[in-house]
Design a protein around this ligand. Sequence first.
Ligand code: ARG
Length: 570
Amino acid sequence: MDQIGVNTMQSVQNLIKSSIKTRVQIAFPNLPQNSFEIQLETISNKLNFEYKTPTAIRIYNQFKKQNVFGDLKSEVEVAQKLASTEVQDNIIQKVELIDKGFLTIQLNDQFIEDQLNVLLNNGLKFPLKKKQKVVVDFSSPNIAKEMHVGHLRSTILGESICRILEFQGQEVVRVNHIGDWGTQFGMLINHLLEEYPDYQTNKPALKELEDLYKAAKKKFDCNEEFKVKSQQYVVKLQALDPVCVDAWKMICELSRQEYNKIYQRLNVKITEFGESYYNSILPEIVKECEDKGIVELDQGAKIIRVKGEKVPLMIVKKDGGYNYDTTDMAAAKTRILDWKCDRLLYLTDVGQYNHFKLIFEGAKLMGWHNPLETQMEHMGFGLVLGPDSKRFRSRTGEAVKFIDLLDEAKERALRQIQQRFQQNQQGKEFTTGTALSPEEFDFTAERIGIAAIKYYELKQNRISDYIFDYDKMLDPKGNTAVYLMYSYVRIVSILRKSGIKDFELFKRNNKFKITHQHERHLAAQLLRFIDVIQSVTDQLAINWLCDYIVEYLNLLLEQFCSLLLMYKNC
Ligand code: ARG
């Protein structure tokens, strides 16, 4: 094991918590040990104090009747006692009482220096208890339908949580659980063979495929003969009839090409393990559930009842077919037992909360999922709303297409940068910058447009709905991608102009030593990063990372730049 501060960076929060615990024990030896939690909050507005804790208030309220505080009569007095207790400690330098019994905490200078030197010498390594294998099931559109705004959140949040987990050092399996199997293929194949008998040489485009889906659905709903024939195609497909399999493959391939265009533009890496991947094991999964004795017959269907849930899992439909639930049970087993994943994340809108709750419980009943060893979590999210605060729809009343959103954001970004360049030429806003070529304009607009959409998504509290608002996304001021990129470029350019080389500037005799209040503050805030990433991955709240980044960038703009001036002058 590494010694603290020698080779590995540590969670500052955890170290502070145990230090405060020790302080409480020294101050109040009669307090039952391990009977209370230490809560910490970060503070940014009090110079040279980094954290605050309501510990005094909490323990006073929890134990005031137990005669452990001697003659201390209030939380403030308990806090005073804690602040003045002498502790041999290399983490905390000072504890001060602020109003109403809160204590503020100042980190030890030496500790900050040691941790920062670990970072400078060894790079960023996260203190992980155990490297986990995490499967992230995201994006997952349905074949023969274009990706729409509903898949936007899943794709962006999914890709980001994968990147963050990988950055933290976890092993990540990115899964696209596309809807590429099921009864809808009966009607699709039926309709395709009727309308495009020459489909092998004359492939329909995805737009036509979508029309094909709508037309097939219409026929299916009102033409009894078509319906019966479609059901026969389902059976044929399930029996792997070569003609059906061939048509099915073509339909999937066309959709896939469309998805890939979007994944490329968003730089999303994902591997397809669609519903069809589990097809061959569905019968044995059902049998396994039956052998376990948890399956009930319900009007011809096979169901699994889950305690406390009104709706059961249905693993075989009345007509003998399998469905979404069966596939997700098979997927759960595969991911836990075959792929040996420790953590399973599923990204869909909150509307599927109950479905996943049932799957998690079902996997528990089957003994595949033991919550002490595996984690199964639904990373649900709210809806994307239009300007009227209703479900975001296009003018024709359909769900807005994903690709159209990207194009529109790019278009607006282009107009914005062109305008700024014009202003620049008139000497209004910028002092530097030469004209860009049309390709450079196009490239920049694509990057800004996409970043604007992505960041606006990431900074939201994911459970809430949000209004899709281009103006807000592309606002150059405030908490937006445009502002972040602008600030970053500004900092880098100030650094470049100063002529000082990166980290070298902090090091004296090859070590970082605090010589200025700003250095201390910037370093202490930087050390928080480990805890920020930990809580983001624990709570699946990417917005906390966004908050941290804006805060830190602003701090850099304010303090780093004045430090640079100072270094230059000395
Ligand atoms: N295809 C589904 C949809 O568009 C999402 C699939 C999510 N993943 C899963 N394992 N069920 O709603």
